[in-house]
Design a protein around this ligand. Sequence first.
Ligand SMILES: NC(=O)c1ccc[n+]([C@@H]2O[C@H](COP(=O)([O-])OP(=O)(O)OC[C@H]3O[C@@H](n4cnc5c(N)ncnc54)[C@H](OP(=O)(O)O)[C@@H]3O)[C@@H](O)[C@H]2O)c1
Length: 247
Amino acid sequence: MVAVVTGASSGIGREIARALSVRGYELILVGRNEKELRRTAGLLDGPSEIRTMDLTKKESRDSLIEEFAGADILVNNAGFGIFGDFLENEEGSAEKLVETNVIAMEHLFRGFLRNMEERGKGRILNVASIAGFLPGPLMASYYASKAYVVRLSEGVREEMRARKSKVTLSLLCPGPVDTSFSDRAGVRFGLKGMSATKVASYCVPRFLKGRFYLFPDWRTRLVRPFLHLLPSSLLAKIAMKVQRKKS
Ligand SMILES: NC(=O)c1ccc[n+]([C@@H]2O[C@H](COP(=O)([O-])OP(=O)(O)OC[C@H]3O[C@@H](n4cnc5c(N)ncnc54)[C@H](OP(=O)(O)O)[C@@H]3O)[C@@H](O)[C@H]2O)c1
């Protein structure tokens, strides 16, 4: 049984890889930082291979989809955020964010799903965020990218249901998690972050049972129903107050 995990060089991806390894999966660890991918490999109980690649490169994604056409699992996790006023975000970094969180995520999702549908089995986990359910002033591109992951997954899930797909799809929506995410995004969390280990131990057993929504943080499980009740304009105002404290 083979599981491909993107963003396996740190944080949530590394811990999900560890949790899958304990359950007997052979891991394919994907990321750009070879040294850290090797570190992840060293933490695993079972076999693994490393694929060092920048997922914003289409050729890299194509080769991954082709090489692992028989994979049992895709954990579509690689992603990052950028903090700051939309007008002050460096153009290059905002573009890279969309290429990673949206374009690469969608390409891998479609490529692996197509192969799994042909074989009539497989599991895909798309990593979104609670940010995908809110407008996100001062992290607008990141929140919007995660809303894309949420809506894309919800829509495709319905298509899969309609064709009685044997493949399962899950959507991981963490709140704040203590990883290198905040340093890379240049932000401080307003709430205490969960550990990536706890996120993985909540997520992996439910993912392997085919559960769709996965909210590992009890605080976001509590808040989420109210997000649908409040108008977006009010949510944006509240989010702005919270985000201002993060700089
Ligand atoms: N931490 C949080 O609070 C939080 C909350 C909700 C959702 N999330 C989501 O969880 C996912 C994992 O984030 P994390 O918290 O674990 O942060 P992290 O520790 O910074 O991990 C991000 C991973 O993504 C990989 N990555 C980024 N760009 C890449 C690219 N172009 N090509 C290949 N790999 C790339 C990084 O690998 P390399 O550096 O080796 O390329 C790294 O392994 C992200 O999608 C993030 O949006 C995080």
